[in-house]
Write a protein that binds this ligand. Structure first.
Ligand code: P6P
Length: 336
């Protein structure tokens, strides 16, 4: 039986997808693959080992930091540092970006932004969590220490983005601007195999994904969109289905496969929304656009937003293009 191609073989076969790179981007994706395998192993053990539960410290978001958050962050930093491809890294778990400014790294051409373990509050209840990454070419001069400006680039400058979803199976899904490709991990062999080549999201879908517990805090246009989703109208395949896992990577991945929209709007509780532009919304926006979908803050294309702060939040509407268009129409109608 013909076996599937591995991630490593796929990267080699598609070197042409990595413009300008002399193999650096390929090596970078390979180190993310390695770190993903290590995190996956820890997550699978979490139910048994004593690393479950809060680490007793708070991260920059003021959230109780799960031990696996800390572990995942450390694993990605140490794995990425060992390869000479990046000159700096920013993470949800750290207030400031870190500079790799020894001789080898300060001449590297890429920076990585990462949410090492998104949805980590779900770990203790055995719900899928994920790692999200975003890769840019540096804008500062090689040979000099990386600067904040290297990280504050608009999403359309990304050279690669992707996620690992640690679920019933572990998958790595990424894009370099040449389509979206999904790889499923076989722990018995220790390799990721191409299982979802050229992933495309349906233009329209039946699933809307939003935390309706925040309904009273939402803008009027979002409330109207939710009610529209729930109306009985067979002609437009309504009512839709509500699915909300509370883990962005898991909700996004399901919508990518089945069609749907994920919304985290602004609200009185969260004036700018909850999700982070740089290491959650931008990478997911790159992926969904490469799969034929859309991502906006309700008005502006996510990847056109010029970042001003490392941890800035934005409202997030992402998924099937016709569903994002419909939600945006309600926001315009109610001037939200
Ligand atoms: P809420 C996890 O904390 C996260 O960043 C996303 O993974 C998830 O979609 C969202 O927040 C859940 O937030 O407020 O609905 O619990």
């Amino acid at each position: 039986m013909e076996r599937h191609i591995t991630l490593g073989e796929f990267i080699i076969q598609n070197q042409k997808d990595f413009p300008y790179a002399k193999g650096e981007l390929s090596a970078l994706l390979s180190s993310i693959r390695l770190a993903g395998k290590m995190v996956n192993q820890e997550i699978n053990k979490a139910g048994l080992a004593n690393i479950i539960g809060a680490a007793g410290v708070e991260n920059v978001q003021g959230e109780a930091q799960q031990k696996l958050d800390v572990l995942a962050n450390d694993m990605f930093i140490s794995t990425l540092r060992k390869r000479g491809e990046i000159c700096g890294l920013a993470s949800e778990e750290m207030e400031e970006h870190i500079v790799f400014n020894d001789e080898i790294h300060s001449n590297a051409r890429y920076v990585v932004l990462i949410d090492p373990l998104d949805g980590s509050s779900n770990i203790d209840v055995n719900v899928s969590v994920g790692t999200i990454f975003s890769i840019f070419r540096r804008v500062s001069e090689p040979g000099t220490p990386v600067t904040l400006e290297d990280f504050l680039q608009p999403g359309h400058k990304q050279v690669a983005a992707g996620y690992l979803v640690y679920g019933t199976s572990t998958m790595l899904v990424y894009t370099t601007g040449n389509g979206v490709h999904g790889f499923t991990y076989d722990p018995g062999i220790g390799s990721f195999f191409l299982s979802h080549p050229n992933m495309r999201v349906k233009e329209n879908g039946k699933i809307y994904s939003i935390n309706e517990g925040n309904y009273v805090h939402m803008p009027e246009g979002v409330k109207k969109y939710i009610k529209w989703c729930q109306e009985l109208d067979p002609a437009t395949n309504r009512p839709l289905t509500s699915r909300y896992i509370g883990s962005l990577v898991a909700d996004f991945h399901r919508n990518l496969l089945k069609g749907g929209i994920y919304i985290y709007p602004k609200g009185t509780k969260a004036p700018k929304g909850k999700l982070r532009l740089l290491y959650e919304c931008n990478p997911m926006a790159f992926l969904i656009e490469q799969a034929g979908g859309k991502a906006s803050d309700g008005h502006t294309r996510i990847m056109d937003i010029l970042p001003t702060e490392l941890h800035e939040r934005v409202p997030f509407f992402c998924g099937s293009s016709e569903m994002v268009d419909q939600a945006e129409a309600f926001l315009r109608e109610y001037q939200d």
